[in-house]
Design a protein around this ligand. Structure first.
Ligand SMILES: Cc1cc2nc3c(=O)[nH]c(=O)nc-3n(C[C@H](O)[C@H](O)[C@H](O)COP(=O)(O)OP(=O)(O)OC[C@H]3O[C@@H](n4cnc5c(N)ncnc54)[C@H](O)[C@@H]3O)c2cc1C
Length: 313
């Protein structure tokens, strides 16, 4: 918490300890996304409100800010940006040096106990005395105590709900495929008409990976209200059409369904999906009837799964 350009308070000993451990000790500083209009799309809530601030300071400004202070950043394949040093210490040092240069006084192990509005701004009561400030900036993370203080000052607090979790599917056969992944799957939450896509990973409790994590973030509030009992639909084979399956049946008629797949999926996952469509693995493609073809297509492109709870990664 800071009285702007004057004093910074921290409840714990030491400064920027969280930055030090962030990004696995490398600190994922920002993302290579340069257009505010594109950047806000990655915020499931509050994107509209962030558009203005991002026009004033966004990822490109962050890169320039650190580079101007001798900390060049690099872009990884997935767009994440880290210091070239691959060491969060460079970021911590840079921020500390900038604070010192700007004359910021840092008070660690100094708990803010109360905040009162006075004629000239604010008065803070802390474990190390009282301060007055014209303006204050509160950045106290998920501190319940601080949220309570904010409420007392008349600010509305939106109750937080979990985000970035994975989905538990009660299905032993699926769990046995743990570690297998699909490079581009689609996850749909039909009730809210939400759809996410990306890599999907099978785990020993259900499904994870970017497609699932994105859904957990976008639908966080709705899923919380459902107590994490909800249905999703998974597209395992993106772009697959009924005529692709029909064409495969015609050309590979003598092959077994379990043995030959028309899609680029791990062989064990393909066999699992064939079983889900109630088709025997040793059945020949040529012997599939219309109903079985329909069921196979549905499982591959619109597989209905019941989620029973969330799991944290
Ligand atoms: C393991 C891990 C890795 C992460 N990696 C990254 C990453 O690579 N890139 C990234 O962008 N984000 C990362 N994050 C997320 C990032 O750390 C948080 O989003 C960010 O720290 C939130 O900042 P904040 O200021 O809101 O809260 P915090 O960083 O939690 O800081 C809150 C501060 O307020 C102090 N405080 C609380 N109550 C009081 C009080 N009453 N009086 C005085 N002080 C008080 C606390 O002691 C604390 O110092 C990571 C998080 C974790 C846990």
């Amino acid at each position: 918490m800071s009285c702007l350009e004057d004093c910074h308070f921290g409840a714990r000993q030491g400064s920027l300890q969280k930055v030090k451990i962030s990004g696995g000790g490398r600190c994922n500083v920002t993302h290579a996304c340069w257009e505010p209009a594109e950047l806000v799309q990655y915020y499931p809530r509050g994107g509209k409100e962030l558009l203005g601030p991002f026009h004033k300071f966004a990822c490109g400004d962050t890169v320039a800010w650190f580079e101007d202070r001798g900390v060049p950043l690099k872009i990884e394949e997935d767009g994440r940006m880290f210091p070239e040093s691959d060491d969060s210490g460079s970021i911590v040092n840079c921020l500390m040096k900038s604070c010192i240069k700007a004359g910021v006084k840092i008070q660690t192990s100094c708990k803010v106990v109360s905040v009162n509005i006075i004629d000239t701004g604010y008065e803070l009561t802390t474990s190390k005395g009282n301060w007055k400030a014209a303006r204050i900036l509160m950045a106290a993370g998920s501190s319940n105590g601080m949220w309570k203080l904010l409420k007392e000052l008349g600010y509305g607090i939106v109750p937080p709900v979990p985000s970035l979790f994975t989905f538990h599917i009660h299905d032993k056969a699926l769990h046995e495929l743990m570690g297998l992944s699909v490079s581009n799957a689609v996850v749909k939450y039909p009730e809210l008409k939400i759809e996410t896509s990306g890599p999907l990973l099978i785990t020993h409790w259900g499904v994870s990976g970017p497609a699932v994590l994105k859904m957990s973030a976008i639908a966080a509030r709705a899923l919380h209200e459902k107590n994490y009992h909800f249905d999703i639909r998974i597209t395992w084979a993106m772009g697959m059409t009924k005529s692709d399956i029909e064409g495969f049946r015609k050309s590979k008629g003598a092959a077994t369904v379990g043995g030959q797949s028309p899609v680029n999926l791990p062989a064990r996952l393909w066999k699992y999906l064939v079983s889900r469509a109630d088709i025997a693995h040793d059945k020949r493609w040529a012997d599939l009837d219309k109903e079985e073809m329909e069921k196979l297509f549905e499982v591959l492109t619109d597989d209905l799964r019941s989620i029973k709870r969330k799991e944290h990664v």
